[in-house]
Design a protein around this ligand. Structure first.
Ligand code: SAM
Ligand code: SF4
Length: 326
């Protein structure tokens, strides 16, 4: 049975946050002092994650699972979970800050992980330290190489662009992607930073990003994005692709096929949702699969037409990106 929301969109993609913990403190995501972590007893176990993922895949025909966080590689024994989820036979990917990939990439690949997105917002060491509060640029660059060596391909690199912080590096990051055979994807800064410093002025919009890129590299738009969040361009000299995720300036909510599960088992139908559905509590109270499925359908029945970032009625979610899972 398909999972269809009130606006006729079919849900196909489940993002699973496996931990809210993180070894970085990216300024656009978390306060420097970190967040108050969810106690372990309130985090979904691997068995609970597998049960929910199976339900989404087998009952609701979801065909993509993405592991995220917090930093997913901070979750102990992550390859064990990857192995369980890979057995469901759908597209299995992960978003990571890349800092642990030198020692984990092969194991994750062997466990059945298919695709990797790695976050990298700057190529300048001091700025990396300023943005993540960790002096680990070299480790992340090495992690990207490790991911390629382990056979992940194409590796995609996510860069959140914040005006006055790293917007001067758009071309340099794109060049990095071209030179290292990875696909750069620029993400518009969203109001999901825990510190509340997001302002519309700090968003560098897709048009500006594309203008900067095409002044340097001739490129053409690749038509038909489908449900994927990124608009993509092909470099005319054949050296790969580049993407932009224009959540703020050109929302793609009409094509959204995503839902999310937080590390503490809260089901969310939008990144910016202000309501959550407590699947952890339901499962731990002994609910059957039919009952859990009914709650998922009820939740999807409340999915919004789209976020309202650009309207006065917009209400920031209580949680930050690191707690929701990007
Ligand atoms: N820790 C992993 C990482 O950084 O890739 C996975 C979780 S992180 C929350 C997922 C993605 O969300 C990352 O690509 C990150 O850059 C992005 N992100 C975090 N805060 C953001 C914000 N305020 N606006 C836009 N993207 C954001
Ligand atoms: Fe951690 Fe990812 Fe948030 Fe950075 S963006 S603080 S790496 S969860």
């Amino acid at each position: 049975m398909d999972l269809i929301d009130p606006f006729g969109r079919t849900i196909r993609d489940l993002r699973i946050s496996v931990t809210d913990r993180c070894n970085f403190r990216c300024t656009y995501c978390m306060p420097e002092e970190g967040m108050k972590w969810v106690p372990r007893s309130e985090v979904l176990t691997f068995e609970e994650i597998e049960r929910l993922a199976r339900l989404f895949v087998e009952r609701f025909q979801v065909d993509g699972l993405r592991l995220t966080g917090g930093e997913p590689t901070m979750r102990a024994h992550l390859p064990v979970l990857v192995h369980k989820l890979a057995a469901l036979g759908v597209d299995l990917s992960m978003t990571t800050n890349g800092s642990t990939l030198r020692h984990m990439a092969h194991e994750l690949r062997d466990a059945g992980l298919q695709r990797l997105n790695i976050s990298l917002d700057t190529l300048v060491r001091e700025k990396f330290l300023q943005m993540t509060k960790r002096d680990e640029l070299e480790r992340v660059l090495d992690g990207i190489e490790a991911a390629k060596e382990a056979g992940f391909g194409p590796v995609k690199i996510n860069a959140v662009v914040e005006r006055g912080v790293n917007d001067d590096e758009i071309v340099a990051l794109a060049r990095f992607g071209r030179d290292h055979d990875v696909e750069m994807r620029f993400i518009e800064f969203m109001p999901l930073d825990a510190t509340g410093h997001w302002l519309n002025d700090k968003v560098v919009g897709q048009d500006e990003i594309v203008a900067a890129l095409s002044a340097e590299f001739p490129m053409e738009l690749v038509p038909a994005r489908g449900a994927a969040p990124a608009d993509r361009w092909r470099y005319l000299d054949g050296r790969g692709m580049v993407g932009v995720i224009p959540t703020v300036t050109k929302p793609f909510c009409d094509d959204c096929d995503r839902v999310r599960l937080t590390a503490d088992g809260q089901f969310r139908t939008c990144l910016f949702a202000t309501t959550e559905f407590d699947l952890l509590k339901l499962m731990r109270a002994g609910a059957t699969d039919d009952q859990v499925a009914a709650e998922i359908q009820r939740a999807v029945g409340t999915k919004w037409a789209g976020h309202q970032i650009n309207q006065v009625t917009f209400v920031r979610p209580r949680r930050s990106m690191s707690q929701i899972g990007g």
